[in-house]
Design a protein around this ligand. Structure first.
Ligand code: CMC
Length: 371
């Protein structure tokens, strides 16, 4: 009898951490964030409030919100040493690669880099939350040879993020829809990137290193990269008939359709996608682009009928971001910037009560060879 426990490829169904941050309760169809339902949070409070809840364990009051806004505004301004690097990136360098480099470089200005206390880690997460939108927008605009826009003090966090990427001040509906999408992306239990961050943090390494590893994980098309692929597919399809043909061809070729399926939800709809779909409807009506909504809706019906698969958040976030004027290459970086709140909460939790991750393997190679 082997003493090594069962091997689960991809750690499917394995409990790898204890957490008070969040839970995906598939049976109840609820995403629990520190006791609250994420969908209700996204409908009723701002992304910064959700971030405050994730980091502090309770929803911030009015004064705490003002303090958070002030702290974030300070960090939205990037240090010169970082912005001066943007023009040096080769033009072929992808946006997630730029973001990964920028996150790593932020460690350079952390005076408390190796302080792993809760207070220091919270401050550093706030630093990241403020700096990430500026890195995402600034490195993109630098490559596009456009002026790098500084945040405007009159705009909210989300409105500024949108403004710095697109160059236009958003309407209230645009800012609210974007803010809601950030809340929906903010935290999702233990996806690959959060797990990667916890694994790195468990060596007592620093939060910027753990976040850098998480960016690399989230870049993958099976994880965060799916939202960009969804938009490319919708643009290629152009019409409902076009999408039907495209899906038929890809499914016949046994290809994966981006934006569908999920390791945890499996054959159920991601509750975040339901809310994002409603927001897409409102935004598409506002912008006279119901054609885009109808294409997406048809794709959902076809995938349910043919594969019994349902959309995840990426499927509906992609057309929402398109209508908000966000360049496609920035969809995954935006996802990461929002998720940094949840990942920060997990790193704090890991380092507060740490146990080094060091699993075992099932060896399937040869033995007894000699050189
Ligand atoms: N399109 C077509 N078939 C699919 C898809 C899809 N999107 N997703 C799963 N399947 C099929 C898969 O081919 C397999 O079929 P069979 O048993 O006949 O070989 C079956 O469903 C089970 O697939 P799996 O790969 O074992 O399932 P998984 O739990 O590893 O996959 C997933 C989860 C998200 C990687 C997968 O659904 C997928 O590749 N989706 C497309 C990429 C995507 O949208 N990713 C974003 C995920 S949500 C945001 C995030 O958390 O990052």
């Amino acid at each position: 009898m082997s003493t090594i426990p069962d091997y689960k490829p991809g750690l499917e169904g394995v409990i790898a951490s204890e957490t008070k941050v969040s839970l995906l309760d598939v049976e109840q169809e609820e995403i629990v964030i520190r006791g609250y339902n994420l969908i209700e949070l996204a409908e009723k409070v701002s992304y910064l409030e959700v971030a405050g809840l994730l980091l502090n364990g309770e929803l911030p009051g009015r004064q705490q919100q003002q303090e958070m806004q002030q702290e974030i505004s300070h960090y939205l301004e990037l240090p010169d040493y970082l912005t001066s690097v943007f023009p040096l990136f080769p033009s072929s360098m992808g946006m997630m690669d730029r973001l990964r480099t920028g996150v790593s470089m932020l460690a350079g200005e952390a005076f408390d880099l190796d302080d792993r206390s809760k207070t220091a880690n919270k401050r550093k997460t706030m630093h990241l939350l403020g700096a990430l939108p500026s890195i995402v927008a600034g490195s993109y605009r630098s490559r596009a040879k456009q002026e790098i826009l500084r945040p405007l003090s009159r705009l909210s966090f989300s409105a500024n993020f949108l403004y710095m990427m697109t160059g236009s001040e958003p309407s209230q509906r645009e800012a609210d829809t974007f803010d809601q999408s950030l809340s929906l992306y903010s935290e999702h239990e233990l996806p690959n990137s959060t797990f990667a961050a916890r694994v790195i943090a468990s060596t007592n390494s620093d939060i910027y290193g753990a976040m850098t590893g998480a960016v690399a994980s989230l870049k993958g098309p099976l994880h965060g990269g799916a939202n960009e692929e969804v938009m490319k597919m919708l643009l290629q399809a152009q019409t409902p008939e076009g999408l039907k043909e495209l899906l038929d061809a890809r499914l016949a070729a046994k290809e994966r359709i981006m934006g569908f399926g999920h390791r945890v939800y499996m054959k159920k709809m991601d509750p975040r996608a339901t809310l994002m779909k409603k927001s897409l409807y409102d935004l598409a009506q506002d912008k006279n682009r119901m054609d885009l909504y109808e294409i997406c809706d048809l794709g959902e019906t076809i995938m349910a009928q043919k594969k019994g698969l349902y959309p995840n958040l990426d499927y509906y976030a992609a057309p929402v971001y398109y209508l908000l004027g966000i360049p496609i290459e920035l969809y995954t970086p935006v996802f990461f910037a929002a998720r940094a709140a949840g990942i920060g909460a997990h790193i704090i939790e890991q380092q507060e009560n740490n146990r080094l991750f060091r699993p075992r393997v099932r060896y399937t190679g040869p033995r007894g060879l000699h050189p």
